[in-house]
Design a protein around this ligand. Sequence first.
Ligand code: PBG
Length: 323
Amino acid sequence: MLTRRPRRNRKSAVIRAMVQENQVTVNDFIFPLFMIEGENKKEEIASMPGIYRYTVDLLVEEIGECLDLGIKTFCLFPSVSEDKKDSTATEGHNPEGLYQVALRTIKAKYPEAILMTDVAMDPYSSDGHDGIVRNGEILNDETLEVLGKMALAQAEAGADIIGPSDMMDGRIGYIREVLDDAGYTNVSIMSYSAKYASAFYGPFRDALDSAPKFGDKKTYQMDPANVKECLVEAELDFVEGADFLMVKPGLPYLDIIKTLSENFDIPITAYNVSGEYAMLKAAAQNGWLENDKAMMEMLLSFKRAGASAILTYFAKEAAVLLK
Ligand code: PBG
């Protein structure tokens, strides 16, 4: 005789909804958006169907549409022309540069939009690295100064959440101090704490033309083989003042999300990166997977693993479905 029949709790849609342990809502989403210079241009990214690079005027319109769908938080990434790049990423903290202009323009039109930034040298670096390069080496402490200038320029332009994605040591404490000294004590920091040296960033680097010009990012991004190391990184970021911890990529690193959520009492964000998006889009275009169902299942997996927020290129599509 079977006294315990787990299927009883699955017998109808109502019961299934009642016992559901995790949910994805539009409040969970942070929508990454790519920007280009110029006016009235919108270019689709070949390896990310449905995702575009926008000039600021069209970006503002896109944000308006997303706000109507209930998406409230956006993360901006700039695609900068080669002639604006240099070895110290000067353009990254130019108050009149694309990034800062975009922040100010969006905030002027939609003060309610929460804007998260990217702090790393790579989109502006002639070396395509996240740090200053000397004799083939990525310099840590010299890079912190550049990151501090970028974070400050972004805060001055209206950023709500600063997102250091570079994996230099000590960057959270350094940036926190720069922000606090300038009076930006209310600007948050979402640290890319456990960012792995991953093959899943390929389409993003196509989108920004930001691939490293030599070598790889393995001296700063983490080894995909490691778990314990994420606790060391997260501990430092926590102590240095991070408000959120991020795990990146998301799908192949659900164990890392779980590990951090079990060990830290601040919110964890999952970055459902470009390669994860491209994988599903390619399969869906071939008719091999059902886009909407696979997408929602993927997003749910981050919640189940312990993430509170999800940075995802699927945000707009998923918001339409959830509406
Ligand atoms: C750069 C940065 C990368 C991503 C976000 N910020 C790429 C990299 O580290 O090379 C990747 C995001 C994605 O793949 O969606 N600091």
